[in-house]
Design a protein around this ligand. Structure first.
Ligand code: SF4
Ligand code: SF4
Length: 371
């Protein structure tokens, strides 16, 4: 296992109890969103963890102290054993959240999931018309299916959150997307400006919002929060590239959550495999607790001792943890560098220039995930 050189001289950071596990049950998905954060090399179906292996992961996670289980993918409904997995989570008293495109669900299956103990559903939308949504999702009929799924979720008495990934080609529909979430009976909407990992990075020039769009979205969200107070909660992830400071990525590396990939690799964040100096253990080889506590990938950027200047002496280092390690890798070529999203990074100007260039580019055709 290769640790980042910065980790050699430092003392081990305190290991906390993780709160959430993101279980990427499969990379299979009927949709092909050009902003998908799944890796360019998708895991094959025959490499996926079995039902028994996933249940073993959930048991270990519960023993480790995990409370929230996010069932994600790919499209988790592509797993035939989804109801069985939800039932196992319920037996372990894990709060289960299904993150789905809706495609692959039927009314009967939604009811079976609710009966098995599913706690919450997060349904993605790509736009507010079949034309926009199906073009972006690369799946004809997807939009109509999502509307039906929202109705089945409500009928089963499950709370619903709508996920709306925003980018240059749908940001002008943001107001309508919030209104649609209200109409669908969602209690919450997550408006997340696209993050450039995986397939999204392939489609940067087609997806990068303009500075004007990013600013307008922030104003629009503030107004919508007022208008819909008591009706729907609006979570908002603004555009990175036009921000002043980075986000506290993953709430801190190896601090509050972990991901397990379809084949069982355990990652500190879903994009961590883009950092070539890190290697990752699998739940097929080692107990989850040992990976969480001792895994070199988890310890590489745990705490703040690994930081370089300007983060090392910055008063915000315990607030944003120096930003996203994967973005530092992608843009600075060094995963221990200050995230170039930060105005204090020496590379910030180059990042903004590149973002402006991408935002001004002719949109061109999408490269669809996995096609
Ligand atoms: S982002 Fe789109 S393609 Fe990727 S897993 Fe979600 S629904 Fe499927
Ligand atoms: S210098 Fe580092 S710690 Fe300070 S605000 Fe920027 S990214 Fe955050």
């Amino acid at each position: 296992m290769t640790a980042h050189p910065a980790s050699r001289e430092r003392t081990a950071a305190a290991v906390t109890v993780p709160m959430a596990l993101l279980a990427e049950l499969t990379h299979r998905c009927p949709l092909a969103c050009p902003y998908c954060s799944n890796p360019l090399e998708l895991t094959r179906a025959d490499e996926e963890l079995s039902t028994a292996e996933w249940i073993g992961v959930f048991e270990q996670a519960a023993a480790l102290g995990v409370l929230h289980l996010h069932l994600s993918g790919g499209e988790p409904a592509s797993r035939r054993d989804l109801v069985e997995l939800v039932a196992a989570a319920a037996r372990l008293s894990l709060y289960s959240n299904l993150i789905t495109s809706g495609v692959g669900l039927t009314e009967t299956r939604v009811k079976a999931l609710a009966d098995a103990g599913l706690d919450h559903v997060q349904l993605s939308i790509q736009g507010t018309s079949a034309e926009t949504a199906d073009r972006i999702g690369g799946y004809k009929g997807g939009y109509q299916r999502k509307l039906a799924v929202a109705g089945w979720v409500a009928g089963a008495g499950l709370p619903l959150t709508v996920n709306a990934v925003c980018h240059r080609q749908n940001m002008d529909e943001l107001e309508a997307m919030i209104a649609l979430a209200v109409e669908l009976g969602a209690r919450r909407i997550e408006v997340a400006t696209v993050q450039f990992h995986g397939w999204a990075d392939r489609n940067r020039a087609a997806l990068m919002p303009t500075r004007e769009q990013a600013a307008a979205a922030t104003v629009l969200v503030a107004a919508a929060r007022e208008r819909y107070k008591g009706v729907i909660v609006i979570d908002y992830v603004p555009a990175d590239h036009f921000a002043t400071y980075p986000k506290a990525c993953m709430g801190g590396w190896g601090k509050v959550g972990l991901n397990v990939t379809p084949s069982g690799k355990v990652l500190p964040c879903h994009a961590a495999e883009t950092i070539p100096s890190l290697t990752f253990e699998s739940v097929r080889d080692l107990p989850l607790e040992r990976i969480w506590r001792e895994g070199a990938a988890f310890n590489a950027f745990r705490g703040t001792d690994w930081m370089q200047e300007p983060c090392r002496s910055c008063e915000r280092r315990d607030i944003d943890f120096g930003g996203c390690r994967c973005q530092a890798m992608a843009l600075a070529g060094d995963p221990a560098a200050t995230d170039p999203v930060c105005v204090r990074s020496p590379l910030h100007g180059l990042l903004v220039e590149a973002a402006e260039r991408d935002a001004a580019a002719e949109a061109g055709a999408f490269v669809y995930r996995g096609r």
